[in-house]
Write a protein that binds this ligand. Structure first.
Ligand SMILES: NC(=O)c1ccc[n+]([C@@H]2O[C@H](COP(=O)([O-])OP(=O)(O)OC[C@H]3O[C@@H](n4cnc5c(N)ncnc54)[C@H](OP(=O)(O)O)[C@@H]3O)[C@@H](O)[C@H]2O)c1
Length: 289
């Protein structure tokens, strides 16, 4: 059994992660759940997965949650950053999936590293804000940070078994978002609702808006710099509207290796949960009609 804590369990990544648990209920166990304000969804998850420890962003949210899960046996770890830290460092947790949005989980990620938990990192804000601190702590404690962001997960798969010295450059793919090819005058007319219609991925609102402006790709370049220890000039970006190739690596001999897959975050989440093994999924193959 791999025992998992999910920070941000009520969000897009968090719900996909629980779908991965559902698909492998005999090998994955949910030990901790943390959410922001959505007490109703968290209550459903607590009733279904019976975690040992839970947390929410605020005392008000926690007060709404308590009566809905009375008798479930979950320990209320606290609120805000303290709650996230307690869930992430619970002694029964083997792997922490950081899938909360924003920067609140930085201390929790550092606490999990200190407690030698494997980190599955979907949240990019933590690395953009404190990549040097996080990667240095992980190296010091011998902890793996497994990327869940699809592009970085692809790079991790491409690099499997290779030395950093063999790496020439990393090429992140970008779909181009909903506004690819639009003129400046057309862009002046777009609305937030238009920006939320991503052509290939279904994600939370912030990352979807950031994808429409391409700001997300800038954040991903910073994320890649820290995850893979490369210089910024070794990271390229190519627009690939089909989103079939999730990213590529070029080695010093000129060979390039790419990772392909369906646009479903359950794939990189499962890879992080099962690494270094690969388990079966019921997801379709992108190579089959
Ligand atoms: N979605 C994707 O496909 C995708 C792909 C790659 C990377 N990422 C990254 O993964 C992270 C999550 O993205 P998402 O799309 O899943 O976002 P989302 O759907 O907006 O979900 C965010 C989650 O974080 C929780 N949260 C927010 N503030 C919190 C706090 N202070 N304390 C505890 N929990 C808090 C939310 O709880 P409530 O809803 O209960 O308030 C929710 O569970 C982001 O960093 C994003 O860049 C996402």
């Amino acid at each position: 059994m791999r025992r998992i804590a999910i920070l941000g369990s009520t969000g897009s990544i968090g719900q996909s992660a629980l779908a991965v648990v559902d698909a492998h209920a005999d090998r994955l166990a949910v030990v901790g759940l943390a959410a922001g304000e959505n007490d109703q969804r968290l209550a459903e998850q607590i009733r279904r997965y019976c975690p040992k420890v839970v947390a929410m962003a605020t005392g008000l949210a926690m007060d709404r949650l308590r009566p809905a899960v009375a008798g479930c046996g979950a320990e209320f770890a606290g609120v805000g950053r303290d709650g996230l830290v307690a869930v992430a460092s619970h002694p029964d947790v083997d792997l922490v999936l950081c899938a909360s949005s924003g920067t609140e989980a930085l201390e929790a990620v550092l606490a999990a590293i200190e407690h030698r938990k494997t980190i599955a990192l979907a949240n990019k804000e933590v690395l953009v804000m404190a990549g040097g601190i996080v990667t240095e702590a992980a190296a010091r404690h011998g902890v793996s940070i497994l990327p869940v962001d699809s592009e970085h997960n692809a790079i991790h798969q491409c690099l499997h078994g290779r030395q950093t010295a063999e790496l020439q450059r990393i090429i992140l793919t970008a779909s181009g978002g909903p506004f690819r090819g639009r003129s400046a005058s057309q862009l002046a007319q777009v609305t937030a609702a238009d920006a939320l219609k991503h052509p290939t991925w279904r994600m939370g609102k912030k990352i979807t808006i950031d994808s429409a402006t391409l700001m997300n790709k800038g954040l991903e370049v910073i994320e890649a710099r820290w995850l893979f220890g490369v210089r910024p000039d070794q990271i390229g970006v190519v627009v690939h509207p089909q989103s079939v190739v999730h990213s590529l690596v070029e080695f010093v001999d000129g060979s390039m290796i790419a990772q392909l897959g369906v646009t479903d975050m359950r794939l990189p989440i499962q890879y992080a949960f099962t690494y270094p093994e690969r388990w079966r999924t019921s997801l379709p193959s992108c190579g089959r009609p």
